[in-house]
Design a protein around this ligand. Structure first.
Ligand SMILES: [Zn+2]
Length: 200
């Protein structure tokens, strides 16, 4: 008879990705709220450079919110997790918001948390306005056990949109336009593949 060493069960990694305005944060909060209804303890982390809403909460565009910790370095997440009772790890869920804005060490942090038997729910943009893959989300698309790719609604034609068009003073931004343009009206629109104009 083959015997299996009793193994510490690893945490499951879920990724919610998509373009801007696809409801990622709403879905992220919905899943985490369900966990807390199921008496699991939820710890949510977001990067400090995401300044939307209040610093201590994750807030979706439709106004839903849950308390969160703002961290400047991904390794700080481990400090918070290590404060939790190890016996309770199976009752713990870690949520990571806007994963693309964390430093590249976040993948290692996520894997380490999973190793400890803690489930994770992560959300992030999959590509930038140029259509290039975002760091961290690209790796998670491969690593995660479950991936949900959400669609926004195309501003132009109303079909499903998986791209974000960056507009500067109403016109599509160029590839090398600076990220912050002083005095310009900078905005983003969800667009489908047909209506999206690849920045040149
Ligand atoms: Zn369209």
């Amino acid at each position: 008879m083959t015997t299996h060493e009793p193994k510490q069960r690893k945490g499951i990694i879920e990724l919610i990705c998509g373009p801007m305005f696809s409801g990622k944060t709403t879905e992220f909060l919905r899943r985490l709220r369900r966990k807390s209804f199921a008496n699991q303890k939820v710890l949510i982390f977001k990067p400090s450079l995401d300044t939307r809403g209040e610093q201590s909460k994750v807030m979706s565009h439709d106004g839903e919110e849950l308390p969160s910790f703002v961290v400047t370095e991904s390794s700080q997440i481990l400090d918070y997790v290590h404060k939790e009772d190890v016996e309770d790890h199976c009752r713990l869920v870690v949520g990571i918001d806007e994963v693309q804005f964390f430093d590249r060490n976040i993948m290692q942090v996520i894997l380490e948390i999973s190793e400890q038997g803690i489930n994770l729910i992560v959300d992030g943009l999959d590509k930038d306005f140029k259509g290039d893959a975002f760091q961290n989300t690209d790796q998670l698309l491969v690593e995660a056990d479950y991936v949900t790719k959400l669609q926004a609604v195309c501003t132009i034609c109303g079909r499903d949109a998986s791209f974000s068009q960056r507009l500067i003073n109403g016109a599509p931004a160029k590839k090398d336009d600076p990220i912050v343009l002083i005095g310009a009206q900078d905005s983003y629109q969800p667009r489908c593949r047909t209506c999206w104009i690849r920045p040149q």
